[in-house]
Design a protein around this ligand. Structure first.
Ligand code: KG4
Ligand code: ZN
Length: 360
């Protein structure tokens, strides 16, 4: 083992993925030793969305087995770990409790430090899993529940620069998919359909682009998609065209706001120029290409995690746990599971003294 290396087990159970991973953090960098995930997509398919009770039960059934597999993959045992990290919010509370309680049990039984990780911090640090991305960097966090620009100034130092004022980008993908009768998860389904569609055929709005600032809005887009879907017969061709037009509208909004955010980030951070995108929607290839082009144009280096670390996973939780442990930040066994937990709360003031409590 490298001197000073930390080997951490991470657990993720905040939504509909049950995951366990083992990450080693050392002076040499980050190594993902094991990365196990069990998706619950099929369990929720009948209901048109994630059912919290079904999700929590599935986490209970699967988590122990995934931990065993992760330990075997990594060639580790509980005795060789340096700590155990779990998502402790935000998310579906029943699921979060399963992962956090499991981590507490392991910590107590094995005398290991417990690290309670904010799921959003996991996403925020996820680009560091696959590349040496140095602080500070500008983060566009785009997931099913969140859409925010965040200045990541260091571990635990996050300043929100702008966010959606209504739906998250991933939520817009999911609602669009549902409206068009596509299977969950919506993002990949819309992306697949969009490949054979023509983005110029359906005229969709780009809300808030005409206004200054970094806030975003996606709910008008969903309404426009509903109208487009009912205007004429929903043939395969029409469905693909709506998907392509929708994806292009989301990419336009995110790319335009990203250009603005990069300018502001650079001004406020001594000319530092690193831009990263993370979260489930960052798995969208067309969006990644658009953001990369925008970054190149602005003279920023660009990082996006490999696709499997964009959507929910435990490797990002293990990495956040390892970074926290290295900084001496551990949590007591009485630490609560939280349904809501804004990333910048208790870590840095809202950007530019902006209002707290905006949708996290
Ligand atoms: O980060 P994530 O796995 O879970 C949350 O923390 O929310 O993000 C899930 C979201 C879903 O809304 C899903 O539809 C979206 O990410 N997503 C995508 C793609 N893959 C997942 N959106 C667009 N294109 C994709 N390829
Ligand atoms: Zn997530």
């Amino acid at each position: 083992m490298t001197q000073g290396a930390l080997t951490i087990l991470g657990l993720e159970t905040s939504c509909d993925e049950t995951a366990a991973a083992i990450v080693r953090l050392s002076d040499a960098g980050v190594e993902v030793l094991a990365d196990r995930i069990a998706s619950q997509t099929e369990a929720h398919a009948l209901y048109g969305g994630v059912v919290p009770e079904i999700a929590a039960r599935a986490h209970v059934e699967r988590l122990d087995g995934l931990i065993r597999l992760a330990l075997a993959d990594a060639g580790e045992t509980f005795a060789t770990l340096d700590g155990v990290a779990a998502t402790s919010g935000p998310g579906l509370i029943g699921g979060v409790m399963v992962g956090l309680s499991t981590a507490k049990a392991i910590a107590l039984a094995r005398g290991l430090p417990l690290i309670a990780v904010n799921h959003l911090e996991g996403h925020a640090l996820s680009p560091r899993l696959g590349a040496a991305v140095a602080y500070p960097y500008l983060l566009l966090l785009v997931s099913g529940g969140h859409c925010q620009f965040i200045a990541v100034e260091g571990l635990g130092r996050y300043r929100r620069m702008g966010s959606t004022i209504d739906d998250a980008a991933g939520e817009a993908f999911d609602k669009t998919a549902k409206l068009l009768g596509l299977d969950a998860p919506g993002g990949p389904a819309v992306e697949r359909e969009a490949e054979s569609g023509d983005a110029r055929t359906v005229n969709l709005p780009r809300p808030l682009l005409d206004r200054p600032g970094l806030d975003m809005s996606f709910s008008g887009l969903k309404t426009a998609v509903r109208r487009a879907a009912s205007e004429s017969e929903l043939t395969d061709r029409r469905r693909a065209d709506i998907c392509a037009s929708f994806q292009e509208a989301v990419a336009d909004i995110l790319a335009t706001k990203s250009a603005r955010a990069m300018q502001r980030f650079e001004d406020d951070h001594d000319g530092q120029r690193t831009f990263v995108v993370a979260g489930g929607v960052a798995a969208n290839r067309m969006l990644r290409a658009r953001l990369e082009a925008e970054a190149r144009f602005a003279g920023f280096s660009f990082f996006a995690p490999p696709l499997r670390w964009c959507t929910d996973n435990a490797a990002m939780i293990a990495l956040a746990g390892a970074e926290r442990l290295r900084a001496g930040l551990t949590d007591g066994l009485d630490t609560p599971a939280r349904a809501r937990w804004p990333l910048d709360q208790d870590s840095a003031p809202a950007y530019g003294g902006g209002k707290k409590g905006a949708k996290a």
